[in-house]
Design a binder for this molecule. Sequence first.
Ligand SMILES: Cc1ncc(COP(=O)(O)O)c(C=O)c1O
Length: 339
Amino acid sequence: MMKDLDWNNLGFSYIKTDYRYIAYWKNGEWQKGELVTDNVLHISEGSTALHYGQQCFEGLKAYRCKDGSINLFRPDENAKRMQRSCQRLLMPEVPVDMFVDACKQVVKANEEWVGPYGSGATLYLRPFLIGVGDNVGVSPAPEYIFSIFVCPVGAYFKGGLKPTNFMVSDYDRAAPQGTGAAKVGGNYAASLYPGKKAKALGYADCIYLDPTTHTKIEEVGSANFFGITKDNKFITPISPSILPSITKYSLLYLAKERFGMEAIEGDIYINELDQFAEAGACGTAAVITPIGGILNGDDFHVFYSETEVGPKTRALYEELVGIQFGDKPAPNGWVVKVE
Ligand SMILES: Cc1ncc(COP(=O)(O)O)c(C=O)c1O
């Protein structure tokens, strides 16, 4: 039985579901994880996650297919990215198999929370790893918790794809040799204030420029940027301080292999936006968000249109979402069934 929710009108907010997965790291190793019903963590006041931001997280979704089965999209890539975050913050890595198995377990246990095919609703998975235990100095924690909770979330665009406007921020989300490429909470804490300023001015979020020269696009809020040039090149920024988006790498592949575009990771200068016929933001939550225009100082640059979605952006969206919901053939290994 599916839960009785207004599946067509869900937003992106916390809903307590029935089960979460939790595993403890103690005495140098991961203990066997389990599913629990309690959504409250009881941790030491000295936990490094609370004071020094020693924590990281992930985000991915489970999708209901036409035949009723449930897909995960590239969970092994989230596992590997979390391992890289762990390396950067001196936390114990969760093995890829343990991560993917935990995702399957928690989705299976909460399958009534995976919305019906066609509603656009998905089940968002939030894996996270935190340093816990008695501690006070700046040093890695003695113990860790790896947990995954899930929440049903709605389609990002209720009425279908809609172009959205963004503004270039004066702030940086990450330092040049900092933690921008890791999915760690500190990056997001630092983005709250600039994000609030952008929203107060009527923009969906900030465009962050590279923190060294402030001339190149890095990120679009909590999504990656892509542009499609007038001569059919699909370009996304390259930089050590960008979060390597799994959606972005999927689109680079699809643009090349299924649409015959030249797919490039390269520099995108904020004063060279004229080369693009279309642009968008991409990520697990954003899926593909067409970018209407970008405000940069006094200049407002419109890409395809502020009201219409470009044909290539739409085609990429349909291909990606088609794969995620099992309607289009997936490249090898991209779709993992929850059974
Ligand atoms: C800062 C940032 N950039 C990009 C992304 C998109 O990454 P992905 O496609 O793996 O969800 C996210 C979301 O995870 C993010 O938080």
